[in-house]
Ligand binder design. Structure first.
Ligand SMILES: Nc1nc2c(c(=O)[nH]1)N[C@H]1C(S)=C(S)[C@@H](COP(=O)(O)O)O[C@H]1N2
Ligand SMILES: [Mo]
Length: 409
């Protein structure tokens, strides 16, 4: 066993134990599992399964930077997504190889009375920690199902996850800094960088009201443990109800500004048509776009995988998840006849309005052959999912009613 392997073994043990180690690093290559693959239900949908540090084998989208999608079957394991299965998305090839949580600082500047440089201990000492269960979903989750196809990673439905986040409200930090009159937005960024000077850095921005709403938070724990390195160790911004693009990892800088930030990842990328449906006729060109913001209502069956065979007449226990941007799910229904009739499911425990909401029901297959099972959700505002996908050029915010085909035998 060579030195490199020895070091890998030691580091792996540290990752697994997660016992108060100050620095966590990525200084070894991902492990390829025994040529396992996972195939998504669209053309060219076969993905290699690869285990990165602190992660079980996940679907490889790109290696540099790591972009990993979770196999959908993991959602069966529970309403909280396990840390070692949670998807991973980065934009900049230059991600930190190791981070010493004791040395990490969050700088707060711009239009503030008192610029701050905060350690993790400082953040943890700012008051009682808050906890919130919230869904982190990539804007491009499910892009692979968008028709006609659009540019970008062809993702299945595993670029989302639900976790319990522990940290301190961003509001507390900003109050300590003293936000000045004229503040319009905050910009946020992390430790990852572009390689070439001409490449725009991953900097995001949102309105000061959202920063001060008391829910937007800086988290240091995910499901009761340190945040996995690839998910933003040691601190990550949590913007409940908003797409993952705002949930900045390895959070290192916050700047209060007096205008609307126009960096690449606001002005050019992560934009949707500026209308109510955030959609345009498939294949057409939008005339006005705006930055993507909140999640749209979605629901999934998690207990069945498409293509399964089920015996005629036996009731099948069906289970799944639903979520929206924080109004709260009020109903989930299933249909086995193309949406002519809908049967209500029972909602499970309410872990908070930003969480996945579990649902359960029984379904009795009535006739032999291929059956398309559909699921749809409604929220407290009365919003529902569209029957088919609403198209936009980025393939963002897909939320059509999901269909799973099974064979009744
Ligand atoms: N520092 C940093 N934070 C980031 C990104 C990034 O590229 N760099 N990508 C964002 C995007 S687009 C998504 S979808 C989420 C993904 O979060 P995860 O990797 O923890 O699942 O991280 C967000 N935060
Ligand atoms: Mo994303």
């Amino acid at each position: 066993m060579n030195l490199h392997d020895e070091r890998n073994k030691v580091q792996r043990r540290q990752f697994l134990q997660g016992m108060g180690i100050a620095a966590v690093g990525l200084a070894f290559a991902p492990l390829r599992s025994q040529a396992d693959t996972e195939t998504l239900a669209f053309g060219n949908g076969t993905r290699e399964l690869i285990a990165y540090p602190q992660k079980r084998p996940l679907m490889l989208v790109t290696a540099r930077p790591p972009h990993l999608e979770m196999p959908f079957a993991v959602f069966k394991e529970g309403v909280l997504t396990p840390n070692d299965a949670f998807f991973v998305r980065y934009h900049m090839p230059n991600i930190p190889a190791s981070i010493d949580a004791g040395l990490h600082r969050l700088k707060v500047g711009g239009l503030v009375d008192k610029p701050l440089s905060l350690s993790l201990k400082d953040l943890q000492g700012m008051g009682d920690p808050v906890e919130i269960v919230a869904v982190n979903q990539c804007s491009g989750n499910s892009r692979g199902f968008v028709s006609p196809r659009v540019f970008g990673a062809q993702l299945g439905n595993g670029s989302m996850g639900n976790a319990r986040w522990t940290g301190i409200p961003l509001k507390k930090v900003l109050e300590q800094a003293g936000v000045q009159a004229g503040a319009k937005q905050v910009t946020v960024r992390g430790l990852d960088h572009a390689v070439l000077p001409a490449t725009p850095e991953f900097v995001k921005a949102f309105d000061i009201d959202l920063a001060l709403n008391g829910e937007t938070m800086i988290a240091w724990a995910m499901n009761g443990a340190d945040i996995p390195f690839l998910n933003g160790y040691p601190i990550k911004l949590i913007v409940p109800g908003y797409f993952g693009t705002y949930w900045v990892k390895h959070l290192s800088e916050i700047e209060v500004i007096g205008h609307d930030f126009d960096g690449f990842f606001m002005k050019t990328a992560y934009r949707v048509p500026d209308n109510d449906c955030q959609c345009i006729p498939a294949g057409s060109n939008p005339d006005k776009m705006r930055p993507i913001t909140q999640l749209k209502i979605r629901s999934f069956i998690t207990s069945l995988r498409g293509g399964e065979s089920l015996p005629l007449g036996n009731p099948v226990a069906l289970q799944g998840i639903a979520f929206d941007s924080g109004s709260g799910i009020s109903a989930v229904e299933i249909s086995d006849d193309g949406g002519q009739h809908w049967q209500a499911a029972t909602l499970g425990e309410d872990l908070g309005k930003y969480s996945f909401r579990e649902w359960r029901t029984h379904w009795k297959p009535q006739s032999k052959g291929k059956v398309a099972l559909q699921v749809r959700a409604r929220n407290r505002l009365g919003e529902e999912q569209p029957a088919s996908g609403l198209w936009n050029p980025g393939g963002y915010a897909h939320n059509a009613i999901e269909t799973i085909s099974v064979f009744v035998v």
